[in-house]
Design a binder for this molecule. Structure first.
Ligand SMILES: Cc1cc2nc3c(=O)[nH]c(=O)nc-3n(C[C@H](O)[C@H](O)[C@H](O)COP(=O)(O)O)c2cc1C
Length: 358
């Protein structure tokens, strides 16, 4: 395959097709208003991205409950008060010709009390002095994901991306290290995956037949086990519960260092699974047209662009114009970001990322 194959459309099992193979990764930017409403900065950012020729734009992680907050000025989707701003975001993306998805997020044990968060651990041993969620509380959080998906649909989004990565609640429940529950949400692999599966199935039932569901998965840290995650993913693909899997790798070229898949790329562990109608893509250091093109050969149906998408809002267009396009290298100056249209709020956040801003 070649770089030009990145511009072939891709059908999804629900709703409209992707016009090409580029998806914007969810990117927290801490520029919403304090109550989680989309700010003028969010709208400006979305307008820039919506003109960038992505097939699908994911929003930053958005809170499904006020208590699930992890970031100051995080986007919210936990209240009807957020609908106005979310509708404007969805409209911008549609007008730019792309599909849209809200990333649904609950921070679980990592919720931040100083921001109004209520730590919600799977286990009583994770956060000193905080009890494990009761079964009833887990079900409430599950239902909050589903209600938030309905809200995304009401706002005009084509779908949602269920945040199952980075130790946040759904990933936390998958982890045998962080989940020692004895109810139906703990113990066996199947039980630890239950919250994720119930969220996805609940969204499918609650939303219309065109509504698209993505699932974002990461495989490292938080006591997660690659072999188990592969089995869970195999089941989710086999049952065609989602439209697309978004593998959140930090480097798509990363090799597995131990266990049954030692020596293989992390990506191949998942792209080798039978996927039926589900589309599979990955994020992680996709900083050039050539790398993006090669990932189709490595088994991806689409590529997910993170940091290169901040450095230039129109990465897909750049690739279309130049098959040897290379993203600007990191770090960059604050002035570079500012002159490109990135808000001061977002720049402040990026200054906290290692190797992003000088
Ligand atoms: C500034 C910044 C914010 C991010 N915010 C989120 C987020 O809200 N949700 C999420 O799942 N991943 C988030 N990520 C991870 C990215 O979506 C992506 O998976 C990661 O950056 C690897 O892709 P890249 O190498 O193209 O940047 C963030 C990454 C960056 C750099």
């Amino acid at each position: 395959m070649s770089v030009s194959d990145l511009f072939k459309p891709l059908t999804l099992s629900h709703g409209p097709e992707m016009r090409n193979r580029f998806m914007l990764a969810p990117l927290t930017n801490q520029q919403s208003d304090d109550d989680g409403s989309a700010s003028v900065f969010d709208q400006d950012w979305m307008r820039q991205l919506s003109q960038g020729d992505y097939a699908l734009v994911q929003t930053c992680a958005a809170t499904v409950e006020p208590g699930g907050i992890a970031f100051k000025r995080q986007l919210g989707i936990h209240s009807d008060d957020h609908l106005h701003g979310l509708t404007e975001m969805a409209t911008s993306i549609r007008e730019g010709g792309g599909l849209s998805a809200v990333q649904l997020h609950h921070a679980g044990h990592r919720a931040r009390p100083e921001l109004g968060g209520i730590p919600a651990p799977a286990s009583g041993s994770t956060v000193p002095g905080v009890n494990a969620l009761t079964t009833h509380q887990v079900e409430r959080i599950r239902d909050s994901f589903i209600t938030a998906a309905r809200r995304a649909e009401q706002a005009g989004f084509d779908g949602v991306s269920v945040h199952g990565a980075f130790g946040w609640i759904l990933s936390e429940f998958m982890s045998p290290l962080l989940n020692d529950r004895t109810d139906k949400y703990g113990g066996s692999t199947e039980n630890r995956a239950r919250l994720t599966v119930e969220v996805i199935e609940g969204i499918r039932r609650a939303c219309g037949p065109e509504f698209q569901i993505g699932w974002r998965l990461s495989v490292e840290r938080y006591g997660l086990r690659l072999e188990e995650l592969r089995d869970i993913t195999a089941e989710i693909l086999d049952r065609e519960l989602i439209d697309y899997l978004d593998l959140a790798l930090w480097d798509t070229a990363q090799v597995v260092h131990e266990g049954a898949f030692q020596g293989q790329t992390m990506l191949s562990v998942f792209t080798n699974l039978p996927r039926k109608s589900v589309r599979v893509g990955a994020a992680g250091k996709i900083m050039s047209a050539q790398r993006a093109g090669r990932l189709l050969d490595e088994g991806c149906d689409f590529v997910v662009i993170g940091r290169a998408g901040i450095l230039r809002r129109d990465f897909p267009r750049q690739v279309q114009q130049d098959a040897f396009y290379e993203s600007p290298a990191l770090p960059v100056t604050a002035q570079y970001l500012r002159s490109g249209g990135v808000s001061e709020r977002f720049i402040n956040y990026l200054q906290g990322w290692q190797t992003f801003v000088y």
